[in-house]
Design a protein around this ligand. Structure first.
Ligand code: PRP
Ligand code: MN
Ligand code: MG
Length: 180
């Protein structure tokens, strides 16, 4: 039913799961002797986080942040507001931020600064998708699943007007859905 709104599937469910297994193996190695705090950025990171953590075979603690950008739905203003903060202190912790996509980079830029201010021991970013053409601030992820083109991508956590997060793949939304 949802697929009728999708122009093209960019990354299949199988592609995603294969990549997550690779990322999980790498993170397992890199965090072997640590106890990182994995911070999922709601709501987009939820499906990715859920699948990724099952592929990390070492001790990890989970927590969540919910942040939102001010302004309208399609263009982020870059001002970030905390909707739900962590329950855990990051002081002295190895923090692994889990995101679905980096676009302008402003959300993660804000979180990295915040966790530095709160004295995290280390801060790394794992993102399923990276859209380098959208970048407005200098920000690089440590672990990237896929690069995506400058298209309106939805699914696997990514929404358009809060819809399509529950698609198991990443697709390009048909133009008629968002332009009227
Ligand atoms: C989306 C996405 C990232 C952020 C990326 O979240 O999930 O968190 O935007 O954009 P940026 O690099 O330009 O900051 P959004 O704020 O739409 O909230 P959501 O995760 O609840 O959809
Ligand atoms: Mn998000
Ligand atoms: Mg969103």
């Amino acid at each position: 039913m949802l697929q009728k709104d999708i122009e093209e599937i960019l990354i299949t469910e199988e592609n995603i799961q294969e990549k997550i297994a690779e990322l999980g193996a790498q993170l397992t190695t890199d965090y072997q002797d640590k106890f990182p705090l994995a911070v999922g950025v709601l709501k987009g990171a939820l499906p990715f986080m859920s699948d990724l953590i099952k592929r990390i075979d070492t001790y990890i603690e989970l927590d969540f942040m919910d942040v939102s950008s001010y302004g309208n739905a399609t263009v982020s203003s870059g001002e970030v507001k905390i909707v739900k903060d962590l329950n855990t202190s990051v002081e002295g912790r190895d923090v692994l931020i889990i995101e679905d996509i980096i676009d302008s980079g402003k959300t993660l830029n804000y979180l990295v600064d915040l966790f530095k201010y709160r004295k995290a021991k280390s801060i790394k970013i794992v993102t399923l998708l990276d859209k380098p053409t959208g970048r407005k601030v200098d920000l690089k992820a440590d672990y990237v699943g896929f690069l995506v083109p400058d298209a309106f991508v939805v699914g696997y956590g990514l929404d358009y007007a809060e819809k399509y997060r529950n698609l198991p793949y990443i697709g390009v939304l048909k133009k008629e859905i968002y332009s009227f």
